[in-house]
Design a protein around this ligand. Structure first.
Ligand code: COA
Length: 259
């Protein structure tokens, strides 16, 4: 598959997706969203990939938001369709991806950029990263899940402050709020994401996939997370990875889930 605005590199079970529109600070235009969506569909089915890292090209920006030039003259129904399509094609797809997704935030993560990072399961940021949801300064609110996911991640009161002030926060602020899991120097960012990935990949992929479904279930309307957990727990007893994990424990060896 050929991409114009994405770079894809696969090694040791990790797919590194780099959003690459450096001249526009990697802003998410329609084409980039389509390409990310197609890449996710492809990587979901790729057995050589067990985990995804998403980052931005260059040293300045992860993603500086949705591409403002594409929606500046939209009417309400076009605006609604923009948000609905984006959520369905990209943001929900990331959040529900069957393999862990780590966002490596290498600079500005604003608006749609922070929404993308928040849809990922784990976030690491470089020391120079700046994060915020500036939509209210444009007369909008976030439309790619930002109002929901920011409140889930940092709590309602802090989320309201971030939203109302439309400001930018440092990586250290984001760390202290629990929005990102780690902050590291920029030249260590991808290695940090990779070493987290390797740590995760020592464990069962099937159980990681079930974990994503179970945790997400707690945030979905009309779904009982505890019931979903019970069902997924039961299903895992029928998997070869459960057999390998328990046999390895009883035989006093390390499990090998890559067989
Ligand atoms: N949409 C479209 N283009 C964007 C963009 C966005 N969200 N963010 C940056 N760009 C473009 C700029 O228009 C500029 O293009 P140009 O060179 O053709 O004029 C280029 O990227 C570089 O950005 P610039 O603003 O010159 O860089 P800067 O270092 O002065 O400022 C930011 C960096 C991130 C502070 C600034 O670009 C910005 O505020 N971007 C918009 C952030 C935003 O509101 N995002 C939410 C959208 S919903």
């Amino acid at each position: 598959m050929n991409f114009n605005n994405l770079l894809l590199e696969k090694s040791e079970g990790i797919a590194l997706l780099t959003i690459s529109r450096p001249e526009k600070l990697n802003a998410l235009n329609k084409q980039t969203i389509e390409e990310l969506s197609a890449a996710l569909d492809m990587l979901r089915e790729d057995p050589s990939v067990r985990l995804l890292v998403i980052t931005g090209s260059g040293e300045k920006a992860f993603v500086a938001g949705a591409d403002i030039s594409e929606f500046a003259d939209f009417n309400p129904s076009q605006g609604k369709a923009l948000a609905a399509e984006g959520q369905q094609k990209l943001f929900d797809k990331v959040a529900r991806f069957s393999k862990p997704v780590i966002a490596a935030i290498n600079g500005f993560a604003l608006g749609g950029g922070l929404e993308l990072a928040m849809a990922a399961h784990v976030r690491v940021a470089s020391e120079n990263a700046k994060m915020g949801l500036p939509e209210l300064s444009l007369g909008l609110i976030p439309g790619y899940g930002g109002t929901q996911r920011l409140a889930e991640l940092i709590g309602k009161g802090r989320a309201f402050e971030w939203l109302f002030s439309a400001g930018m926060w440092s990586a250290q602020d984001a760390l202290s709020y629990g929005l990102v899991n780690h902050v590291v120097p920029q030249n260590e960012l991808i290695d940090t994401a990779r070493s987290l990935a390797k740590k995760f990949m020592k464990n069962s992929s099937m159980a990681m996939s079930a974990t994503i479904q179970a945790v997400n279930a707690g945030y979905e309307d009309g779904v009982n997370g505890y019931t979903i957990e019970v069902n997924l727990f039961g299903q895992l007893f029928g998997t070869p990875e459960f057999k390998e994990g328990t046999e390895a424990f009883l035989q006093k060896r390390k499990p090998d889930f890559n067989r």
